[in-house]
Design a protein around this ligand. Structure first.
Ligand code: SAM
Length: 386
């Protein structure tokens, strides 16, 4: 499959004008890939549109061999992250790929990662080669921890969490327990005043905007961040099982633990690798890609939480484009963190909101920080909704 990566995107979207996209923001995808796969259920004849981000979830969508996956991202650096993964899956075996990406420690020294990079480098586009050549230190240190957001999360595990609980308690949280024992551990051991205080400070809008995300990402945010996040974290530490949660484990440990996201599990490596020729990618905003390829139709859309970075009117315009690019019954899946985004009433006869499914899955979302999961389905011709 043909791949294109312009040197820099000709983007002129709202968020691209305000935020700095010269750095790697996300070195991992922070949306639950298992949940995404349950919603989109890629089939052999499906075409899927996916926001690239760091690439993991786009790769996960390939595992079941859909006809085609088109990944876009307005950031050339995020596309470089996807390309590095694709090259690693193509050129290396599983252990070496995980070493290069920093999922596993390097065998001998971190210099070994540079040797693995040298093997993969010829498979990258010129702009991605330049980016990674200039960021050899990130390769050496293990790419999955080098995004701005991962550095922020690492600060939490390395600097803040040790002020809250000693190593003994932190390790105990990740021991296997049943639901009742998890709730008891949370209330009697974990939920101290230090936990509550430092959590709220670290995950406040101010600190997150300064260290984790670009403040421009909060333009359409409503309410404070920490309160809802605190409750969802409690849910993730009690009702969901931390031993099965790759996202929680990374936040707590600052590295991958026993649970891995879908694309990084050994059992999925070959299936993803086998279908890499069905993947293409573009350094373009979603709205630009859809405007330029009007005849292309998709069965599923992985939209991350991109709608939060744009005004309501821009969101509605993009929704129009997505409907225009959808086959009947196509599903769109996206998340809300801070800005409420769901299809407005005037779209009701063309897009059905699968609210019950979304609410059920949201309670099981291992990437627990989102306030809402939205699943919407484009109507088939003649289909009516009450
Ligand atoms: C929306 S961000 C969010 C990541 C994660 N959900 C979080 O909140 O931390 C994921 C990716 O979307 C890309 N992105 C944002 N708006 C976009 C757009 N309109 N078109 C294409 N990519 C976009 C960003 O560059 C980034 O790589």
């Amino acid at each position: 499959m043909h791949e294109t990566t312009p040197e820099s995107s000709s983007m002129n979207t709202e968020i691209s004008r305000r935020a700095d996209f010269s750095q790697l923001r996300y070195a991992q995808c922070w949306e639950d890939a298992d949940l995404l796969l349950r919603v989109l259920a890629p089939m052999r004849y499906h075409r899927i549109f996916s926001i690239a981000s760091a690439g993991d979830n786009t790769l996960a969508l390939l595992a079941h061999g859909p006809e085609r996956v088109v990944a876009v991202d307005l950031s050339a650096v995020q596309i470089a992250a996807l390309e590095l993964r694709v090259a690693a899956y193509r050129r290396l075996d599983y252990p070496a790929a995980m070493q290069l990406l920093g999922v596993q420690p390097a065998d001998q020294s971190n210099e070994q990662r540079l040797d693995l990079y040298a093997l993969c480098r010829p498979l990258l586009s010129a702009s991605s080669q330049t980016y990674w050549d200039d960021h050899a230190a990130d390769i050496r240190a293990g790419v999955v921890a080098q995004g701005r957001f991962e550095r922020y999360l690492r600060l939490f595990s390395r600097r803040i969490l040790p002020l809250i609980h000693p190593a003994r308690v932190r390790n105990a949280l990740l021991q296997r327990r049943n639901l009742v024992a998890r709730c008891k551990f949370y209330t009697t051991v974990w939920d101290t005043w230090r936990w509550r205080l430092l959590f709220r400070v670290f995950f406040s809008r101010l600190v997150m905007g300064r260290l984790g995300r670009d403040p421009a990402f909060f333009r359409y945010a409503e309410g404070d961040i920490a309160t809802g996040l605190f409750e969802r974290t409690r849910n993730a530490l009690t009702r969901l099982d931390p031993t099965h949660n790759p996202y929680l484990q990374w936040i707590l440990l600052g590295r991958h633990g026993s649970a891995l996201p879908f694309a990084l599990r050994p059992q999925n490596f070959q299936a993803i690798r086998r279908h890499l020729n069905r993947l293409e990618w573009h350094t373009l905003a979603a709205e630009q890609y859809l405007a330029e390829t009007k005849s292309e139709k998709f069965d599923g859309f992985n939209l991350s939480n991109i709608f939060e970075y744009m005004s309501l009117s821009a969101y509605h315009e993009l929704l129009e484009q997505l409907i225009g690019a959808a086959r009947p019954n196509a599903r769109m899946v996206y998340w809300n963190l801070l800005a409420p985004r769901r299809r407005p009433a005037e779209f009701a006869n063309r897009v059905i909101s699968l609210d019950n499914l979304a609410a059920t899955l949201h309670r099981q979302d291992h990437a627990f920080f989102y306030s809402a999961l939205v699943i919407e389905q484009v109507a088939a011709p003649g289909q009516t909704f009450t």
